[in-house]
Design a protein around this ligand. Structure first.
Ligand code: FES
Ligand code: FES
Length: 165
């Protein structure tokens, strides 16, 4: 059965018809053509499909489209800066060599984004907890954690300068 849904996608109100049995991942990739959100396992195991819904990192492959109604959904495409530049998290992943095959990277970055919205100064353990649902089968998590830490340090620096410290 089809239903009409409307929600906020990367800061803009969108509406569309969707089949009840679709998950949000399908809607994002096939209807809105946002291919940055990856389809990995399709069963909540890998985190490649992670998006941020109302501030929380969520596996979009398990998220029914009907539940998107009225919510705010951010995908990796939504992190693009107003001037078209990459988000500092994306830059940090590139600079720290944290993008290897790259398949897990969008989901990993979205989990890190959700974590940093909630916790500006996460410890290494908190970062590891924040990305525990995201699997990377390449060379491990050291560079990924370093990249996320570097952004946390950067934003701390900005906040301190803004306070005149
Ligand atoms: S594709 Fe959603 S968790 Fe793997
Ligand atoms: S960079 Fe290859 S799975 Fe993560």
């Amino acid at each position: 059965m089809k239903r009409h849904i409307s929600f906020i996608l990367n800061g803009e109100k969108v509406e569309t018809d969707a089949e009840d049995h679709w998950n949000l991942l399908h809607l994002l990739r096939e209807v809105f053509e946002l291919k940055g959100t990856k389809d990995g396992c399709g069963s909540g195991e890998c985190g490649a499909c992670t998006v941020v819904i109302d501030g929380k990192a969520v596996n979009s492959c398990l998220f029914p489209v009907s539940e998107a109604e009225g919510r705010s959904v951010i995908t990796i495409e939504g992190l693009r800066q107003p001037d078209g530049d990459l988000h500092p998290l994306q830059k940090a992943f590139v600079e720290h060599g944290a993008v290897q095959c790259g398949y897990c990277s969008p989901g990993m970055i979205m989990s890190a984004y959700a974590l940093l919205q909630e916790n500006h100064e996460p410890s290494e353990d908190e970062i590891k907890d924040g990305i525990e649902g995201n699997l990377c089968r390449c060379t491990g998590y050291v560079k990924i954690v370093e990249a996320i830490r570097s952004v946390a340090a950067l934003s701390k620096d900005f906040r301190e300068r803004a306070r005149g410290e």
